[in-house]
Design a protein. Structure first.
Length: 202
């Protein structure tokens, strides 16, 4: 069954006049093909002109943000969609791949002020991915519900979440930078004292 958020009006979901970029990872191809099929079908249902959809494929989830950035820099897109699948038992360093791809997509959305639907599935096994592939693909296509309030100058929960994640990441980076700077200074002071001691011993 297809679910629609009741807070999204028909005007929000009207895709006419929008240009959408879709980046699909090929790894776990059976899942990502199903995601892409559901997503593209829903975009057409929402009256996005097929010639206004640019569909790009990349090897895996870590390459998705690179392609998204290229599309964002190309310009002219109202929104972008990321499609992929990371399965714990089939992906080396599952957490690293999932965290890095998700973080990069969030940062791109904030940097370029561009709605990006992240439909990269992260599941424990193949069966979980199959169970979610169609609905997740459809949901990603409904990025229109984010676009319209933004175009009208409004704010959305999606963007508030993105800003909160970016703030948390920035604070973490700042804390790391302070720690590294303090350690560097401590090492420098130690070296300076050692040179003084060695000089006095001559």
């Amino acid at each position: 069954m297809q679910h629609t958020d009741p807070s999204h009006t028909q005007a929000d979901l009207d895709g006419r006049g929008l240009r959408i970029g879709v980046v699909q990872a090929r790894f776990n191809a059976d899942i990502t093909e199903a995601l892409a099929t559901a997503c593209l079908h829903e975009l057409r249902n929402l009256q996005v002109d097929e010639v206004q959809i640019q569909h790009v494929q990349v090897p895996g989830a870590l390459e998705v943000p690179v392609a998204l950035q290229a599309l964002a820099l190309q310009g002219g897109f109202h929104a972008l969609i990321a499609l992929g699948c990371i399965i714990r038992g089939e992906t080396y360093h599952f957490e690293l791949v999932a965290n890095e791809s998700g973080s990069a997509i969030t940062q791109l959305a904030l940097t370029h002020r561009l709605p990006i639907a992240n439909a990269i599935l992260t599941t424990e096994n193949h069966a979980q991915a199959v169970a979610r592939q169609t609905e997740k693909g459809r949901d990603a296509a409904r990025i229109h519900a984010v676009i319209r309030p933004v175009q009208a100058g409004g704010d959305t929960p999606h963007h508030r979440i993105l800003r909160r994640k970016a703030d948390q990441r920035r604070r973490s980076d700042e804390d790391t930078a302070v720690h590294v700077d303090q350690r560097r200074r401590a090492i420098g002071d130690l070296g300076h004292r050692r040179r003084i001691v060695e000089g006095n011993g001559d």
